[in-house]
Design a protein around this ligand. Sequence first.
Ligand code: SF4
Ligand code: SF4
Length: 339
Amino acid sequence: MPTPFQQRTLAFQSKERNVFFHILTACNLSCRHCYINPEQHGSITLPEETIVSWLKLFAAPDKKTNLILLGGEPTLHPALPTAITKARELGYQSITVDTNGYLHHNLLDKIHPTDAVLSFSLDGPCSEVNDPLRGPGVFKTCTENLAKAVALGFEVSVIYTVSALNITHLAAMPKLLKTLGVSHFFIQVIGLRGKSAGLTDRANPPLQISPEQWLDTVPQVAHAAAELGLHVIFPKVFLNPDEPFECAGLVAENFFIFPNGRVYCCPLCEDYPIHSYQIENNTLCLRSGLIEKNFFPISIPEGCIMNKLLQPGSLQYDENGHPCHRISCCLLKQEMARA
Ligand code: SF4
Ligand code: SF4
């Protein structure tokens, strides 16, 4: 009997581009694991004309280009609806707004449901789990605005960042998301960027989770969510022995643009001044010296070179010194959905 689910690894598409555009770094929240690093990413809010110029710079209508508008909190920027309209004119094929759920400047009244997908961040299935991570009252505001967006006909997804503080509550998410009318569920793993890379102590234990915790929890929850009809996307993290390792920095086109003009190809590098490109006078300039691109071709048995350099604690070795797992590119995703 055929399985009612499809699970597959989403291979990198050579003709597909992803443009992650941080239009500002300011935010109304102060999440415990915020990935914005003011020292590296600055505090600039891009003027509307610069947003439009940079959208033109990265437009490539001959390729499928997905645009993700983010911040900080992108809905704090009054020019967000204009950016969405311009991006559509410039031929970006899909447009997503990553929001913390506050939907400032009445975004729902200013764009049409077909203009953009709205991706809400929730880190718990209730305020008791979510709010200690994201702030008092955030769960209520986020879920109320999410429900409004669904009622208006927007396609809505939810991003859940799994950490040591909320992994045991992940299993309660599928039912909540089904009730709210969410279509896509993105499960992501806490990284070592921004605040989550900060010093830990007794009062602030590490947020990172072990490979066992991830493997024991995430695939099962993804399966349960797919059973309810949700489309689930989650990082591959551990490659099977027969799966090839590929670095997206070499085989795919991803741009992570920050308002200070830095452009990275690898999100793991965002806390370091090793960005590949700098936007200068609205031109994308390849940098010289020590940049992330120098690392991408380095082949190691552990898989991702930046993971080994930046998160060596995530690696485990057998008695012969061989890595127990190869770590995939952090941009390699798995998809689970009803067939
Ligand atoms: S909503 Fe996003 S940008 Fe704002 S504090 Fe939280 S993680 Fe940082
Ligand atoms: S996460 Fe690793 S494999 Fe992926 S782009 Fe960065 S360096 Fe390459």
